[in-house]
Design a protein around this ligand. Structure first.
Ligand SMILES: [Zn+2]
Length: 236
């Protein structure tokens, strides 16, 4: 249900319509008589049903189809007049203007996004950790082979045996760690891409008409407290 408060705009004296925190006006400047209040009547809209309530019946009467009314249903074609000057209000135009007003901000709960963000971070860290470990083993293999070569140069007689031992250790390490990591090398890229794609799908504004990717740490989103795209408000 929408509740609108309708009356005289201060200053320019057009017909003013207030819904929640939003305001709009219809009609020409200076068209609304001075004796009409800024909060003259309330219009409750529930689907097709309209109820008009005069909020200042003691000072300014409202007539519907020529009969004074305080609170009663109206239709778009009813003749509504306000005050002793019988200022005419076009209810259809008022309803039209209300429908054009921006919808009041809805508050969405974003508590579920905390886990989405944390799971993403954990998985990404694990992937990077695996990569680092593989790189460390790769490094170790080259250190062993280099050390073997240096020792072999310093102690000439043992050259060939040490080189063979160092090379063997390097080859074994390579077979154990590097080859499988090479095999999976491209799929790690793919897995990171897949992870990012999943985040873009899940870590979005909960407004079904928006679904904007939020792309910032959860705590930051909570602090900002609203969607940067649709302005929906967020709470945990
Ligand atoms: Zn949004």
């Amino acid at each position: 249900m929408i509740e609108a408060i309708i009356g005289r705009e201060p200053g320019r004296r057009r017909l003013q319509i207030i819904v929640g925190e939003k305001t709009t006006t219809i009609g020409n400047d200076m068209s609304v008589p001075q004796d009409i209040s800024r909060r003259q009547f309330r219009l409750q809209m529930d689907g097709e049903t309209l109820i008009l309530t005069n909020l200042k019946p003691e000072t300014t009467p409202i007539y519907i189809n020529g009969l004074e009314a305080v609170s009663q249903p109206v239709t778009l074609s009813d003749r509504v007049q306000i005050g002793y000057d019988l200022y005419g209000v076009d209810i259809a135009a008022v309803v039209e203007a209300i429908k054009k007003m921006p919808k009041p901000a809805v508050i969405y709960s974003i508590g579920h996004l905390k886990k989405v963000w944390e799971d993403y971070q954990t998985t990404k860290l694990k992937m990077m950790d695996n990569e680092n470990r593989k790189n460390a083993v790769k490094g170790l293999a080259s250190v062993v082979s280099m050390a073997g070569t240096i020792v072999a140069i310093v102690i000439p007689n043992t050259r060939s045996i040490l080189i063979i031992i160092a090379a063997s250790i390097s080859i074994i390490l390579a077979l154990m760690w590097i080859l499988p990591s090479f095999k999976r090398g491209s799929s790690i890229q793919a897995r990171v891409e897949e992870l990012n794609k999943q985040l873009k799908q899940d870590y979005v504004c909960p407004n079904p008409d928006c679904h904007h990717f939020l792309g910032k740490p959860y705590e930051e989103i909570v602090n900002i407290g609203k969607c940067p795209k649709c302005n929906s408000r967020f709470q945990e």
